[in-house]
Design a protein around this ligand. Structure first.
Ligand SMILES: NC(=O)c1ccc[n+]([C@@H]2O[C@H](COP(=O)([O-])OP(=O)(O)OC[C@H]3O[C@@H](n4cnc5c(N)ncnc54)[C@H](OP(=O)(O)O)[C@@H]3O)[C@@H](O)[C@H]2O)c1
Length: 236
């Protein structure tokens, strides 16, 4: 398993899929920088930190803020020699967007959180990733970001921001291929979280277990691809 004893940073780690990534990586011996947007890491992350005090470091990180990204990267560099795994998981899904009442600010905010923040964080962490063991940047995207599959209207900001994240993944993969740093886009499935809602057919446990199994087997030949949580290629 090349995922064992990984040094990882996970954004949006205080609930949902991000928290589940922490829960499943910690027993493998991973050291995790667990990003949380608000000042307070929250009860769930605090509980996990109590269980694994030597392995988990809560890290305030608002991916929509350039200052917050710089502060987080500086703290990591001061305390770490390498980073093996960056999981760009933080995301927002603005609801109720209809043509005729779209708001520019909302579109920009989704782009900042779901795509630009992920790219800027990857850039800020490159020096540490370059020192990493089989370094990987995993961008948690969505099937809704697929251009081929976009046949219905609405959800402008979410779908476009995930499509942008997919393109950033392609560009990162090409730029970093020679250095053998993998960049991947992964759709986690429709998952029962705050975002996915209770009607979602997939649990966070299964989604994250599938993604970690996929990450474990990645080679540089996979870089720049768009996968589903269970290891299938997803159409762009
Ligand atoms: N659930 C699904 O069915 C599904 C399907 C496809 C793709 N995805 C993707 O999977 C990822 C995780 O989704 P989820 O279902 O776990 O969603 P979730 O339960 O709504 O959790 C979202 C996480 O992102 C964090 N976040 C939001 N804005 C942030 C910011 N500016 N900076 C840092 N963190 C921020 C949230 O922090 P706060 O608690 O502070 O708000 C929270 O920890 C997202 O990228 C989502 O688009 C989910």
């Amino acid at each position: 398993m090349n995922i064992q004893n990984t040094q990882a940073l996970i954004t949006g780690a205080n609930r949902g899929l991000g928290l589940e990534f922490c829960k499943q990586l910690l027993p493998t011996g991973a050291v995790i920088w667990a990003g949380h947007r608000s000042e307070d890491p929250g009860e769930l992350l605090d509980h996990l930190t109590g269980q694994y005090p030597d392995q988990i470091h809560p890290l305030q990180l608002n991916v929509a803020s350039a200052d917050s990204i710089q502060r987080a990267a500086a703290r990591l560099e001061a305390q770490n020699e390498r980073l093996d795994l960056l999981i760009n998981n933080a995301g927002i899904f603005p609801r109720g967007e209809t043509l005729g009442s779209l708001v520019e600010e909302n579109l920009l905010q989704a782009l900042k959180v779901n795509s630009i923040g992920a790219l800027m964080l990857a850039q800020a962490l490159l020096p540490l990733l370059r020192q990493g063991k089989s370094p990987k940047i995993i961008n948690i995207t969505s099937q809704l970001g697929s251009l081929e599959r976009k046949l219905s209207g609405g959800n402008y900001s979410y779908t476009a921001s995930k499509a942008a994240l997919n393109m950033f993944t392609r560009a990162l993969a090409a730029d970093l291929r020679e250095e053998e740093i993998i960049a991947l886009a992964v759709h986690p499935g429709w998952v029962n979280t705050d975002m996915g809602g209770s009607r979602a057919p997939l649990g966070a446990t299964d989604s994250v277990a599938g993604i970690l199994a996929l990450i474990d087997q990645l080679t540089i030949a996979d870089s720049g691809k768009f996968y589903t949580w269970n290891g299938q290629i997803h159409p762009w």
